[in-house]
Design a binder for this molecule. Structure first.
Ligand code: NAD
Ligand code: UGA
Length: 390
């Protein structure tokens, strides 16, 4: 069906008399249970639902720091709960038509240092939640990752130059591309393997038990509230955006792992949330499908990203960034320790999301970085190294 010509669905009208609601409409307008709602993506999703989707959000997390501004909203109910406790979780899921599973450990520095916790958080616990959703016959939207694709064929064959620039190798399609993970000793892939096994379990519940599901593969979402700043509101190594912000705020060099040669397609969170809302509201198009959600137009090497962020920082905080911003090459082993391998290049094929969801990302990399960095500066600027100057 042409997504532009969908019949209008009265999802925005929770006040419709019960007698007029069909079973499927009832499911669509019933509350959504968001597990991991207190994280980066969850906080933006809850915000969007509260802003006018007409649905109630049951927001489950062990932390509500990032959504505390939303807690007074009448359409948001926060449940402080560890999803491992499926007995306590069941009544909340029972109230909802759809469950969105975001809860995870998803910082690469953890994949090699605490791989068992990563497997537990990204497979064992989610699998128990999946079983519960299948038993209660709920629609299940599962957040996987672009990391399931692993390396490109060129990355796997040590950068064969004939393959490196061949789109057939790095433009990744949900239903055609191979998933190339490294050896078991390369524990970097513990996260990707756990996520892939979850995808396979979700698919199997669909084929064997008729579970209604959608699998989402996000490609490097960025935006406000993404990760903590080490030494300020967390410890360890966050994802690259927050690592670079920490370096800029503290006046330390930006560290380029393996020279920053690898590439990512960064996707602004507002575009990503548009896609998730479409998935939520178009079950006929989304059920039984896997979607890449990413912005192929925003590809950069990590070195280019560092340069862009340094230039933007100078522009956003001229008083703080008077001194030269340094970059420093580090090996992956120095930065992450043993067991790390990288995804060299991953660009999403988004034709399926365009066709079935009528979605395409709109926010280019410069605008995405500007908005994200401005929010980090607002949140953490007072902690920066040159606080007297700014
Ligand atoms: P995040 O770390 O910001 O949020 C995860 C949330 O889950 C946190 O608030 C955490 O407290 C919560 N959580 C973890 N374990 C829990 C438990 N046992 N019980 C209750 N809550 C628990 O992560 P995010 O960036 O918002 O990512 C959300 C999902 O999307 C994850 O599954 C992640 O793997 C996936 N994903 C994200 C990106 C991205 O670019 N942000 C990319 C690919 C995949
Ligand atoms: C991330 C995480 O695995 C998940 O959050 C998510 O599932 C996944 O992306 C995704 O989008 O699907 P990755 O992109 O490797 O993986 O994580 P980042 O920390 O954002 O690193 C991106 C690149 O920057 C890597 O090449 C890394 O080596 C490099 N990097 C990171 C640096 O050069 N310097 C740093 O200070 C930090």
């Amino acid at each position: 069906m042409n997504p532009q010509r969908l019949p209008s669905i009265p999802v925005n009208n929770p006040d419709m008399p019960e007698s007029q609601k069909t079973a499927s409409v009832r499911k669509r307008i019933s509350p959504v249970c968001i597990l991991g709602a207190g994280g980066f993506i969850g906080s933006h999703l809850v915000e969007r639902l509260a802003a006018g989707c007409g649905r109630r959000a049951i927001a489950v997390d062990i932390s509500c720091e990032k959504i505390k501004h939303l807690l007074p909203h009448p359409n948001v109910t926060f449940v402080n709960l560890d999803i491992s406790d499926t007995d306590a979780l069941a009544p909340h899921i029972e109230r909802c038509g759809t469950v969105i599973l975001l809860a995870a450990l998803c910082n690469p520095s953890l994949y090699t240092t605490v791989p068992l916790a990563v497997i537990e958080a990204n497979f064992t616990r989610p699998f128990n939640v999946l079983r519960l959703c299948a038993k209660l016959r709920k629609r299940f939207i599962y957040f996987s990752t672009s990391e399931v694709y692993g390396r490109t064929i060129a990355g796997f064959t040590a950068g064969d130059s004939r393959l490196r620039d061949d789109p057939a190798c790095y433009v990744l399609s949900e239903d055609r591309s191979p998933m190339i993970l490294g050896p078991i000793s390369a524990q970097r892939w513990s996260y990707a393997a756990a996520k892939q096994l979850m995808e396979r379990a979700v698919y199997a519940y669909g084929s064997e038990h008729g579970l209604e599901y959608t699998i989402v593969r996000p490609f490097n979402f960025i935006g406000p509230r993404m990760d903590y700043i080490p030494g300020v509101d967390g410890e360890g190594v966050p994802r690259v955006l927050a690592c670079f912000m920490e370096a800029l705020l503290s006046g330390r060099p930006l560290k380029l792992v393996d020279g920053g040669r690898n590439r990512r397609c960064f996707t602004y969170i507002d575009d990503a949330i548009d896609a998730i809302v479409r998935i939520l509201e178009r079950p006929q198009q989304a059920n039984g499908r896997v979607f890449n959600i990413g912005n192929p137009g925003n590809e950069v090497t990590i070195r280019e990203l560092a340069k862009k962020m340094a230039a933007l920082y100078r522009e956003l905080r001229p008083a703080c960034a008077a001194a030269e911003i340094q970059m420093e090459n580090v090996t992956a082993r120095e930065f992450y320790g043993p067991g790390y391998e990288d995804s060299d290049r991953r660009m999403p094929d988004i034709a399926k999301a365009q066709k079935l969801l009528g979605w395409r990302p709109k926010i280019d990399l410069d605008a995405a970085l500007r908005r994200t960095m401005a929010s980090y500066i607002e949140a953490y600027g007072a902690d920066c190294a040159c606080r007297e100057a700014c």
